[in-house]
Design a protein around this ligand. Structure first.
Ligand code: NAD
Length: 478
């Protein structure tokens, strides 16, 4: 497979940006430049909005039944192209091939899920107070959408927005990540090949702040959806608020994983270790604060450390690799700074804590113990392969630590007690909680944060809500 350079897709055409700008793309496993992505200028964004407006007029009139057919065909095409898409993703993002394949296949599942949900966007007939009057609640597409997606899951972050928007009858402009453009373009190509009309899906890249400023404030854009850090999410939500745009925000997390002393500790280690180091920890729902009950703390930490040390870190293209490099050098610098800060504040590095090798953005799976709550990593999303372990005595202490931070995305717990499970499910402030297993982020289940982790569900039957308006019609005979 040769890595493809990526163009913009506007109004049914792939093209370079009007200014001819190109942004280099790197392979994080080798640090080599592997290609480029075209940079959109204001003139290109103007065209993208005009195309999305036209595309919306076409797509909103296509019946839900027909939309569903095109989407299901796109899902089949994605599945057929899994190997090529996964290889492009691993080359530009770094994750192991097996994870890239799974992400691609899950995108096909997500497309199918929304293809079906789009046929069930029902309105209501509301009983009237007088004879001969009909009161109708109608659900209609919001309009052209601007979606901003990050590099950690180059396809999965797009498809949650794209499939729901299309199913709801909206057109979309996707500003995908400049670090991972080829897999995004391959996803869009699958929809085009399935018969998507021109202008319904547009794909741009460039300077993120300039693009978001232009699209969010543009009167023809009716809906904004962003996945990324809480800091940027707050800026974009404020801007969208000034322009009264509907918004979905899928932001950062700092997931607590609470392990009780009645849990199956080996299972807890296996499940949580896989969740921690998947995609080198660059996952918004990755467990980060491991809060372990006193009696099983030593056993949990030593088993976890042992397994973390055995993980095979390497180039994701090697089938035996279990953890690839970080996606770019900013994450390496962030890991080093978090670890320095933790050591300076008295924490202990039980394993890892440094780069692995001297070429590529590889970082060792890291376990830190004895980190005080003043430690930066205990408060800011590490977004990398760092696990922080602390002890607790009773349920209230564990819930107190879990809820200490303003984040509220995912949480995990392990216990054999039904009562404790219920107390945790009710007491932990998070949009999603998975108990005794890792069961988050399926196409048919809602994915949503609360508190500083954002608002609006993606996935599940709830996912389509973000892309439809409710309108009301009251009518009587003439
Ligand atoms: P970043 O915060 O600058 O960028 C994160 C994403 O937001 C990127 O895709 C970027 O292109 C986009 N972005 C940044 N500024 C933007 C703007 N003004 N308008 C529109 N999009 C904008 O930093 P980064 O170094 O790429 O990632 C660092 C942090 O981002 C991580 O620590 C993590 O907290 C967060 N992040 C979260 C997710 C997630 O799944 N929630 C994914 C990727 C990154």
């Amino acid at each position: 497979m040769t890595y493809q350079d990526t163009l913009l897709h506007i109004g049914g055409r792939w093209s370079e940006g009007s200014g001819g700008g190109r942004i280099p793309v790197l392979n994080p496993a080798t640090e080599e430049t592997i290609g480029w992505v075209a940079k959109a200028e204001k003139a290109d964004l103007e065209q993208a909005v005009a195309a999305a407006v036209k595309g919306f007029q076409v797509w909103r009139r296509v019946s839900a039944f027909e939309r569903s057919k095109v989407m299901r065909k796109a899902a089949d095409i994605i599945r057929e192209r899994t190997e090529d898409i996964a290889r492009a993703m691993t080359t530009e993002q770094g994750k192991p091939l097996a994870q890239a394949r799974l992400e691609t296949l899950t995108a096909a599942d997500m497309t199918e899920w929304f293809a079906e949900e789009g046929r069930r966007v029902y309105g209501r007939v509301i009983p009237a107070r007088a004879e001969g009057i009909y009161q109708l609640s109608l659900r209609e597409p919001v309009g052209p959408v601007a979606a901003f997606t990050p590099w950690n899951f180059p396809i999965s972050q797009i498809i949650k927005k794209l499939a729901a928007a299309l199913a709801g009858g909206c057109s979309i402009i996707i500003k995908a990540a400049e670090e991972t453009p080829a897999s995004a373009a391959a996803l869009v190509q699958a929809f085009l090949d399935a018969g998507m009309p021109d202008g319904v899906i547009n794909l741009v890249f460039g300077a993120p702040a300039e693009i978001s400023e232009y699209l969010i404030t543009h009167p023809d854009i009716r809906k904004v959806s962003f996945t990324g850090s809480t800091a940027i999410g707050k800026q974009l939500a404020s801007l969208a608020g000034l322009h009264m745009k509907r918004v979905t925000m899928e932001l950062g997390g700092h997931a607590p994983a609470i392990v009780f002393d009645d849990a199956d500790v080996d299972k807890a280690v296996t499940v949580l270790l896989a969740a921690k180091y998947r995609n080198a920890g660059q996952v918004c729902i990755a467990p980060t604060r491991f809060i372990v009950q006193e009696n099983v703390y030593d056993q949990f930490v030593s088993t976890f450390v042992d397994k973390a040390e055995k993980l095979k870190v390497g180039n994701g293209m090697d089938e035996s690799t279990e953890m690839g490099p970080l996606a770019h050098d900013r994450r390496v610098a962030a890991m080093e700074s978090l670890i320095q800060d933790a050591i300076a504040k008295g924490a202990k590095v039980r394993t890892g804590g440094e780069r692995s090798g001297n070429k590529g953005y590889f970082f060792k799976p890291t376990v830190i113990t004895d980190a005080s709550v003043e430690t930066t990593a205990m408060n800011l999303e590490p977004f990398g392969p760092i696990a922080l372990m602390s002890r607790f005595d009773g349920l209230e202490d564990a819930i107190g630590e879990a809820n200490r931070l303003p984040y509220g995305l995912a949480a995990y717990a392990f216990t054999r007690s039904a009562k404790t499970s219920i107390d945790i499910a009710n007491g932990v402030e998070s949009g999603m909680i998975s108990i005794n297993q890792n069961g988050l982020a399926l196409p048919e289940t809602p994915f949503a944060g609360i508190k500083d982790s954002g608002y609006g569900a993606e996935g599940g039957s709830e996912g389509i809500e973000a892309y439809v308006n409710t309108r009301f019609v009251s009518q009587s005979g003439a």
